[in-house]
Design a protein around this ligand. Structure first.
Ligand SMILES: Cc1cc2nc3c(=O)[nH]c(=O)nc-3n(C[C@H](O)[C@H](O)[C@H](O)COP(=O)(O)OP(=O)(O)OC[C@H]3O[C@@H](n4cnc5c(N)ncnc54)[C@H](O)[C@@H]3O)c2cc1C
Length: 457
C-alpha cells in the first residue's frame, strides 16, 4: 500500500523543484535521436510549415476535414486546390503542386499524393481499423515496456443505432484485448501498483458516442440513455478483468459525464469493480472544485473496489471553448494564459497525489516539465514511482514514452482505433495541438533548450 505522506504544507517546494530539474534532464537525455527516424522528421517539416502560416494552417485543417467525404482523387485535388487557393502566399512546394492541377491527369496525381499524405499522417496517430488488427502494435509496445489504452474512435453519434454500434465495438474491444493480453509475458512494472493489480486490457470510451441524446439543457435524458449502454460495458470489463476509462469532452457535456460516471460506479452492482476511471481537465478555471468533488467521492467509496483512476490532462478543446464563449458573450471557462493552465496542472497533480491510495493518478501530458513535476512531487512527498502512471498519445508522445519506459516508469500509450472518417475530428485536434505556437511540442521541435523546456511556468 502507499506509504503515509506528509501533510502537503510539509513538502518542501525547493526540494520538489530540484528533483524536477534532475528528473527532467534525465528524461531528456533518454529521448531517442530523431535523426534516426526520417519519416518522423518529414512530418515535423510539414507541421513546421503549417505552424508558421496561420492561413495555410486553417486551409490544411479544412482540407483534412473533408478528406473522408471525397469520392475520388479528382475530388480530393479539387478541394485541396480550392482551399489553398484562398491562402495569400502559397509556399513554393505547394504552389508547384497546384500548377499541375489544371489537367485531369495532374489532378489525379495531386489527389493521390494528398490522400496519401493524409493517410500517412493519420497512421501516425491511429493504430489500426479494429482492436484485432492493432494487436501487433499493442504487443510491440508491451514488449518495449509500454502499456496501451484503446480509444475507439467515434464521437457525437446522432442516431440510436450508431450508439448501439459504438457500444458493441467497445464490448468487442474488451473481449479481444482481455483474450490476447492474457498470453503476454509478465511486466511487473506495468501490471501492479501499491493498490494491487493493474489490468492489462484498458479501453476508453466517450459518452457522446454512447448516446445521441446528450444535451446540456436536458442532461437526464442523455445520461439515462448512455447508462443503459454503459452498464453492460462495466459488467463486461468486470468479468474480463479489464479497465474501462471514460474520456472527457467539451465543457457542455462535462457535468453530465461526471455525474453519470460517479452515479453508475456508486450502484451496488459495481461496488467491487471493475477498474475504471475518468478525466480531469486542468485548463478549466473551475477544475479545482471538480477535483475536490472527485477526491471526496473516491474517499467514501467501498474499499472492495479498485481505486478510481483519474487521468489529469490540460484539455483538448481549448480553441472550441474560447470561440464558443466569445461568440455567446459568456465568461471564458478556460484559462487564457498558458502559464496559468500549466501552474494549475501542477497544483492539481499535487492535490491528486496527496489524496493517497483512494485514487490512482495518471498524468496525461507530453510536456516534460508537467511530467517531471508529478514524478518529483510524488517522490519528495513519500510516494513510490510505481504509484504514478504517465500517459501519452500515440504518435505525439512516442519519444517521451520510450524515455519513461527506459527509466523504469509505468507508462501507457493512448492508441486510437477506427477508420479514417471516424478519426478526422481526432486528427484535427492533434494537428491543432501540434502546430499551436504555445504548445510544448512546438517549442521542443523548434529546438528550445532543456533549461527552457523545464522552466517554471
Ligand atoms: C493519454 C492522454 C489522454 C487524453 N485524454 C483527453 C481527454 O479525455 N479529454 C481531453 O480534453 N483531452 C485529452 N487529452 C489531450 C490533452 O488534454 C492535451 O490537449 C494534450 O495532452 C496537450 O497537453 P500537453 O500537456 O501535452 O502539452 P502542452 O503544450 O503543455 O499544453 C497544451 C495545452 O495547453 C492548453 N493551452 C494551450 N494554449 C493555452 C492558453 N493560451 N491558455 C491556457 N491554456 C492553453 C490546452 O489545453 C492545450 O491542449 C489527452 C492527452 C493524453 C496524453
Amino acid at each position: 500500500m502507499t506509504t503515509a505522506r506528509p501533510a502537503p504544507d510539509a513538502v518542501d517546494p525547493e526540494a520538489v523543484e530540484s528533483e524536477l530539474q534532475r528528473v527532467g534532464r534525465e528524461l531528456a537525455a533518454a529521448f531517442p535521436s530523431s535523426s534516426r527516424q526520417p519519416l518522423r522528421a518529414f512530418d515535423a517539416r510539414a507541421m513546421e510549415l503549417a505552424t508558421g502560416d496561420q492561413e495555410l494552417r486553417a486551409a490544411l485543417f479544412r482540407f483534412v476535414d473533408v478528406v473522408p467525404a471525397c469520392r475520388s482523387l479528382d475530388d480530393l485535388a479539387h478541394h485541396l486546390t480550392g482551399f489553398l487557393g484562398e491562402v495569400g502566399e502559397t509556399p513554393p512546394p505547394l504552389a508547384a503542386a497546384m500548377r499541375i492541377s489544371h489537367t485531369r491527369a495532374g489532378r489525379a496525381a495531386l489527389g493521390a499524393a494528398a490522400a496519401g499524405g493524409v493517410r500517412h499522417l493519420a497512421h501516425r496517430f491511429i493504430v489500426g481499423e479494429s482492436p484485432q488488427s492493432a494487436l501487433p502494435t499493442f504487443r510491440r509496445l508491451w514488449n518495449g515496456g509500454v502499456a496501451s489504452s484503446v480509444d475507439l474512435l467515434g464521437e457525437a453519434t446522432v442516431t440510436q443505432s450508431e450508439a448501439d454500434r459504438y457500444a458493441a465495438r467497445c464490448n468487442d474491444a474488451i473481449a479481444v484485448l482481455s483474450r490476447a493480453t492474457a498470453g503476454w509475458p509478465t511486466r511487473p512494472r506495468l501490471e501492479a501498483d501499491g493498490s494491487g493489480p493493474v489490468p492489462r486490457a484498458n479501453v476508453c470510451a466517450k459518452v457522446s458516442a454512447l448516446t445521441p441524446l446528450l444535451a446540456p439543457e436536458a442532461p437526464r435524458r442523455g445520461q439515462d440513455d448512455a447508462a443503459r449502454r454503459m452498464r453492460p460495458l462495466l459488467r463486461a470489463a468486470h468479468e474480463a478483468g479489464a479497465h474501462l476509462h471514460i474520456d472527457m469532452e467539451s465543457l457542455d457535456s462535462r457535468e453530465a459525464v461526471l455525474d453519470l460516471v460517479l452515479e453508475l460506479l456508486s450502484e451496488d452492482e459495481f461496488a467491487a469493480g471493475p477498474s475504471s476511471g475518468l478525466v480531469l481537465q486542468a485548463y478549466l478555471r473551475d477544475s479545482p472544485d471538480q477535483t475536490e468533488r472527485i477526491v471526496a467521492w473516491a474517499r467514501q467509496r467501498s474499499a472492495a473496489a479498485p481505486p478510481l483512476t483519474v487521468r489529469l490532462v490540460k484539455g483538448a478543446y481549448w480553441d472550441h471553448e474560447l470561440v464558443q464563449a466569445r461568440q455567446h458573450g459568456w465568461e471564458v471557462p478556460v484559462f487564457e494564459d498558458k502559464a496559468d493552465c500549466d501552474r494549475n496542472f501542477e497544483a492539481l497533480s499535487r492535490r491528486l497525489l496527496d489524496a493517497g491510495s483512494s485514487l490512482r493518478v495518471a498524468i496525461g501530458s507530453h510536456n516534460l516539465r508537467s511530467v517531471a513535476h508529478a514524478i518529483a512531487y510524488n517522490r519528495v512527498s513519500g510516494g513510490e514511482d510505481v504509484d504514478l502512471e504517465l500517459q501519452v498519445l500515440r504518435g505525439l508522445g512516442d519519444d517521451l514514452a520510450h524515455a519513461l519506459a527506459a527509466r523504469g516508469f509505468r507508462v501507457r500509450a493512448y492508441c486510437p482505433v477506427g477508420d479514417l472518417v471516424a478519426g478526422m475530428a481526432y486528427l484535427v485536434r492533434r494537428l491543432l495541438e501540434n502546430t499551436s505556437n504555445e504548445s510544448f511540442l512546438s517549442a521542443q521541435a523548434q529546438g528550445a533548450s532543456v533549461q527552457e523546456l523545464l522552466a517554471a511556468p
